[in-house]
Design a protein around this ligand. Structure first.
Ligand SMILES: C[S@@+](CC[C@H](N)C(=O)[O-])C[C@H]1O[C@@H](n2cnc3c(N)ncnc32)[C@H](O)[C@@H]1O
Length: 260
């Protein structure tokens, strides 16, 4: 989940539909209007100078339609998506995993980036937004054949994949953008599914900047996610299996490269 500058309609409302199942409408604080940067203008500058001009048409269309969705703010931020595309290319990703699809911004980006015979296993507990919003655009872009969508809780799907020995180290890349409380559980499984040298990216690892603020100054509805992200960040920092980079893009992403 990340605030996306493109959606002025969503400016005054922020939905905590971050994957926990609760959908609480709250007033969005100013910090979300500019990502995590110093100013709104600076974020706008980055998007308009470096991101939008290079964004594929299909992604632009999906972003535009997603803006009308009441939970539009959940879509992966375009600047974070741009880096994700580069990482996919850098590891020549062919087989990938996506945890948390929503309307499919990061999924479409992945499907557009991997080769014709590539495959992304995309997992979401609810296929509604994907089917209604994302799928028609994905079909139009001609990349649906690369997507293996699984409507399910993510943990059982990852465990099922791990029940086949051939899947161990069988994936090049994973993107995790779902229920924060399970990120570490996903990490433990992905450390077996992703090959050595492969990459796992976690979204929302700065959690609206609340990770560096006292709990008391964090809105109640964000506290559970904050706690989970704080724990995750500590564990990733100590995890010798991965090289990490904590990047200030979107709502914060942590890039992990499996070392052994
Ligand atoms: C922040 S959105 C994903 C946004 C997406 N990456 C994009 O670019 O549009 C989180 C998604 O995770 C899904 N989700 C939440 N908990 C989940 C779980 N335990 N297993 C699988 N999917 C889950 C939600 O249904 C929601 O669609």
């Amino acid at each position: 989940m990340a605030w996306v500058f493109l959606c002025p309609n969503s400016l005054t409302r922020y939905l905590s539909a971050c994957g926990c199942g609760k959908k609480t409408v709250v007033t969005m604080s100013k910090e979300f209007c500019k990502g995590l940067l110093q100013s709104e203008e600076l974020y706008k500058y980055i998007l308009e100078t470096s991101v939008y001009p290079r964004q594929p048409e299909a992604l632009k269309e999906l972003r535009k339609i997603t803006c009308n969705h009441p939970e539009a703010v959940m879509a992966t931020a375009p600047d974070a998506g741009q880096l994700m595309g580069m990482l996919l290319n850098l590891v020549n990703a062919k087989k990938t995993i996506e945890v948390g699809v929503f309307t499919g911004y990061s999924l479409l980006l992945t499907a557009l980036t991997i080769p014709e015979d590539g495959k992304v296993i995309a997992i979401d507990v609810d296929r509604g937004s994907y089917e209604e919003v994302g799928l028609p655009i994905i079909n139009k872009a001609g990349v649906e054949h690369k997507i293996d969508f699984r409507e399910s809780e993510a943990l059982p799907v990852l465990d099922e994949l791990l029940s086949h020995k051939a899947n161990e180290g069988g994936f090049d890349f994973a993107f995790v953008d779902a229920d924060k409380e399970n990120y570490w559980n996903y990490h433990e499984r992905l450390m077996r599914l992703i090959k050595v040298g492969g990459i796992v990216v976690y979204d929302n690892t700065l959690w609206g900047g609340t990770v560096a603020k006292p709990e008391t100054s964090t809105s109640e509805w964000r506290r559970g996610g904050r706690k989970a992200i704080l724990e995750l960040n500590q564990k990733l920092s100590a995890d010798q299996r991965v090289q990490i980079s904590h990047a200030v893009l979107g709502d914060g992403i942590t890039i992990c490269r499996r070392l052994y």
